[in-house]
Design a protein around this ligand. Structure first.
Ligand code: GTP
Ligand code: MG
Length: 368
């Protein structure tokens, strides 16, 4: 192995190379041996918010993580509280083996302040269990706003003893943002690792020393094909990914009325009498109300204009939509559209949610 093969980009973890400008880890030869060098892709991400596609796919990312099962250490599984089902990894147990797991539910700052944190935790635990994952601890955090980090650190330290820590999760949940906050806390240096709103930012493992003998590892995110984020362009992602606290939007609906969320999803209110549907979506996402009988026509004719995003109707296949029938039953429920948002509806209502076939629609006891 030559010396250059040992160097890694501190931003994304890719091994540095100066042969192929389009491959991961490229730096011009004269920069290769500079201290703390970052690759061309990280440089562009950090400075221009521009992403270069380096042709890795979900298989490549999974393969990188597959070695984890044989290593010693504990797992911090970062999930997105706003998109928990979407950011949950079914195969996590298989990937990480028999390790202790802390569930760090990130982006708490996005949920409205009125949420019931205890219920959020309960729901996280319950859902994790449903997927066969028994978490040793659940901590609610906001990596961006520096909330809950102290509690997470305490949890990590009590669970890990002297073991290494692997930060794993779906792409874009905020693993690298969290790592940066942890680095900042220990050595004071800011934004060491590259973060971005684009899925697939971190390309390889990045190790950060915890003490003389153990490390914390940032890992590339696992790509989930059913996440809504894969149905929109980079620009549109900006619209649907909430950036700050979601403001509730209340619509008084009569039966046989429909709400469109951009042109990406819709909810038809079927029965339960006149009532409010309380919507929690990115504040920038346009919500449009119409009569259900007109909704099909409207979707077909207005997708990309009145009903946007998607801004390019060709990117969205209206033939590939599924209809999910739901009843709230005896309790107040949240109808969750994975990766997009949720609608709180009181007991005794029937609705139909229509979304792209791959997108999950889930009913949970309301956290509001
Ligand atoms: N609102 C909010 N946004 C966050 C938080 N943490 C991270 N983000 C944003 O989420 C996006 C993804 O963050 P990253 O840290 O790059 O996510 P990652 O999990 O490392 O992503 P990959 O490397 O692609 O797997 C960025 O736009 C972050 O600013 C948070 O606590 N709250
Ligand atoms: Mg990352």
């Amino acid at each position: 192995m030559t010396e250059t093969e040992l160097l890694k980009c501190i931003g994304c973890g890719a091994p540095l190379q100066s042969e192929d400008p389009d491959a991961p880890g490229y730096v011009p030869e004269h920069n290769l041996f500079r201290e703390d060098v970052i690759c061309k892709r990280c440089f562009r991400l950090k400075n221009y918010n521009e992403v270069q596609d380096v042709g890795l796919d979900s298989e490549d990312f999974l393969n990188l993580l597959n070695g984890l099962a044989d290593k010693n250490g504990i797992i911090v599984n970062v999930v997105d509280v706003f998109d928990f089902e979407g950011s949950f990894i079914n195969a996590l147990k298989r990937i990480v083996g028999n390790k202790k797991i802390i569930l760090a539910a990130n982006k708490l700052d996005l949920l409205p302040k009125q949420i019931n944190k205890r219920r959020v935790k309960e729901w996280l635990k319950k859902t994790a269990r449903k997927y066969g994952l028994e978490a040793d601890d659940v901590v609610l955090i906001s990596a961006m706003k520096n909330e809950g980090i102290e509690e997470l650190l305490e949890s990590i330290n009590s669970v890990r003893k002297n073991d290494d820590v692997y930060i794993v999760g779906t792409t874009n949940v905020g693993k690298s943002t969290l790592i940066n906050k942890l680095i900042e806390r220990s050595v004071g240096e800011k934004d060491v690792v590259t973060t971005s709103r684009f899925p697939g930012t971190t390309l390889d493992m990045i190790d950060i020393p915890l003490d003389e003998t153990s490390f914390m590892f940032d890992t590339p995110g696992i790509i989930q094909a059913h996440q809504m984020t894969h149905f929109v362009s980079d620009k549109e992602l900006k619209t649907i990914m909430p950036k700050n606290e979601i403001k509730q939007r209340v619509y008084q609906l009569n039966e046989d009325q429909t709400l469109f969320f951009g042109g990406l999803a819709r909810i038809d209110y079927v029965s339960g009498g006149k009532r409010p549907l309380v919507c929690y979506f990115s504040n920038e996402l346009n919500i449009h109300r119409t009569k259900t009988e007109k909704a099909n026509e409207l979707w077909k004719n207005q997708i990309g204009s009145l009903l946007a995003p998607p801004n390019d109707p060709k990117q969205f296949d209206l033939q590939n939509i599924k209809a999910v029938r739901l009843e709230t039953g005896k309790e107040k429920r949240d109808v969750m559209i994975s990766g997009l948002g949720f609608i709180t509806i009181d007991k005794g209502a029937k609705v139909i949610v229509r979304v792209p076939k791959n997108v999950d629609v889930i009913l949970r006891n309301s956290i509001m």
